[in-house]
Design a protein around this ligand. Structure first.
Ligand SMILES: Cc1cc2nc3c(=O)[nH]c(=O)nc-3n(C[C@H](O)[C@H](O)[C@H](O)COP(=O)(O)OP(=O)(O)OC[C@H]3O[C@@H](n4cnc5c(N)ncnc54)[C@H](O)[C@@H]3O)c2cc1C
Length: 482
């Protein structure tokens, strides 16, 4: 059923990716009226990408009742092999295998399209989710926002949420409206690329991509086990490989971006480019019997994209706010982009549900609080992912990170994870699940005991603990391996 024009909603979501669908699902569960516009003709188009779900994202998806389905389609990651360019092992790290014990949730990889299907499938009333509906304009007034599609349909809403990805049209509108007095004039912002916002350059320079990536999926390769992952450290093009349920292989080839890549904002299927990238790393040895060439030969999909990274300068203006990649884009090395998008959806919903009066002052207050809650964590994840990317590509100034990997102990990996998940958002108005409570208890107890001994842990600072001290503070109860 299609919705009539000119209805009014509490929330208009632009973009039906991971951030938009997560927010839609939370709003449905909490009884807030919404409409969601997705530009593509279907939700969950197959673009051949994998998504890593980590405990911070899974805790929220668990609240939404999706954990069982996700776990049935995935396996927890078991081991990361860090390898140098000669195929020699730098370090084999089993920390991810222990995430279930440490946090209540493992790390799991699945197709992006599968995750979108799971999210969309869980929305009970699909009527407010409209595909083939691409945003063109946003008009702002003191009373409401009006969103207009490129084919002239429109609705009004109390708030517009841009969950429209890295090239976010809503972000362009935000840039146009920042600092304007909404009580005086009713204004229209054109959200297509022909009309760039005056200070868009500000965002572009902050997000200037230094790297390009060919990503793909391959059918199982003999010699690779499900849950096994590989990172090769190399100055030239390099690779990340992760294996999912049934041995399906998700892989990435990372390169320094060249001039030609600057022209392609969206992922491309350029066969020659993809072939060249694959060939340049085909010889890299992952195990004694498997090279990247074996994986590349089994590919079922492959695409190339430039990797944007950074935080948008402005996350909101008037009744508009951005979440997910529109606000914070990171390289894939920490497998955090989608998890941060899920967190942003949860954090925004928390503030929206605190609004008593849906007038401009109440709405902008909620949006500001959301921005304050999320900016720091999103920045930390973006920086950490960028650092790992540069270390893996042996960029000047990052050698100390790759060279420190062999020296990292089990405790170091676990403390990094604990610090990374500390302060993660959840949906405050939905019940905590048993595993969510486990996550909270383990995190709370660990930091309480750690800070009792070592004083307050500031921001992302990571205290150095011996394995013995870590196991004692955490109250570790299962076997582990350094
Ligand atoms: C190669 C690669 C690998 C990655 N691997 C991982 C990983 O392992 N783990 C992880 O957590 N993250 C990963 N990420 C990041 C992750 O994919 C993103 O962080 C996540 O998809 C962001 O979700 P989003 O909903 O904000 O944006 P998107 O998923 O980009 O969704 C935006 C949606 O908005 C729609 N849209 C855009 N413009 C309009 C318009 N005008 N009108 C209506 N709709 C519109 C688009 O069609 C799209 O559906 C990876 C990214 C890349 C590029």
């Amino acid at each position: 059923m299609s919705l009539p024009n000119s209805r009014h909603f509490r929330v208009a979501i632009v973009g039906g990716g991971i951030a938009g669908l997560t927010l839609a699902l939370i709003l449905e569960r909490t009884g807030v009226s919404f409409v969601l516009w997705e530009g593509h003709e279907s939700i969950a188009p197959e673009i051949g990408a994998g998504i890593g779900l980590l405990p911070n994202g899974l805790r929220i998806l668990d609240q939404l009742g999706l954990l069982g389905e996700i776990e049935s389609r995935t396996v927890p990651l078991q081991i990361w092999h860090h390898i140098n360019s000669d195929g020699m092992a730098i370090s084999d790290v089993e920390a991810h295998k222990h995430y279930r014990h440490a946090f209540g949730y493992g790390s799991r990889f699945l197709r992006r399209s599968e995750l979108l299907q799971i999210l969309y499938g869980a929305i009970q009333n699909k009527d407010p989710v409209m595909t083939s509906t691409r945003l063109s304009n946003i008009e702002e007034s003191e009373q409401h926002s009006k969103i207009v599609s490129i084919d002239g349909r429109w609705v009004t809403a109390d708030i517009v949420v841009g969950a429209d990805g890295v090239h976010s049209p809503v972000r362009r509108c935000v840039e146009l409206f920042v600092g304007r007095d909404m009580s005086e004039t009713r204004m229209a912002a054109v959200a297509d690329k022909q009309t760039p916002a005056p200070d868009l350059a500000n965002i572009r320079s902050a997000r200037e991509a230094q790297f390009a990536c060919v990503f793909g999926i391959s059918s199982p390769v003999r010699g690779l086990e499900a849950g096994e992952c590989f990172a090769v450290y190399r100055r030239e093009a390099t690779i990340l490989v992760l294996t999912g349920k049934g041995g399906i292989v998700f892989w990435f080839v990372f390169e320094h971006r060249d001039e030609a890549d600057a022209l392609t904002e969206q992922p491309t299927d350029d066969t020659a480019d993809i072939e060249n990238a694959g060939r340049s790393v085909a010889h890299l040895q992952l195990t004694t019997s498997v090279t990247f060439g074996d994986i590349f030969a089994n590919r079922t999909s492959a695409r190339k994209t430039v990797l944007d990274e950074g935080l948008a300068t402005h996350w909101s203006a008037s009744r508009m706010v951005i979440i997910g990649d529109a606000a914070h884009t990171m390289v894939p090395h920490l497998a955090m982009g989608a998890n941060q998008a899920i967190e942003s959806a949860a954090a925004l919903s928390n503030e929206l549900l605190r609004i008593h009066q849906w007038e401009l002052g109440g709405i902008t207050g909620a949006i500001e609080r959301y921005t304050q809650v999320r900016r720091g964590r999103a920045a930390a994840a973006t920086n950490m992912a960028g650092m790992i990317c540069r270390a893996q590509l042996c960029c000047t100034g990052y050698d100390h990170i790759s060279s420190s990997i062999p020296r990292l102990k089990f405790a170091d990996w676990m403390v990094r994870a604990l610090v990374g998940f500390r302060g993660a958002a959840m949906v405050e108005s939905l019940p905590r699940t048993k595993r969510g409570q486990y996550f909270d208890e383990k995190m709370g107890r660990f930091f309480e005991r750690l800070e009792h001994r070592h004083g307050q842990v500031e921001g992302g600072k990571m205290p150095g603990l011996s394995n013995e001290e870590f196991l004692d503070i955490f109250d570790w109860a299962v076997d582990w391996k350094n």
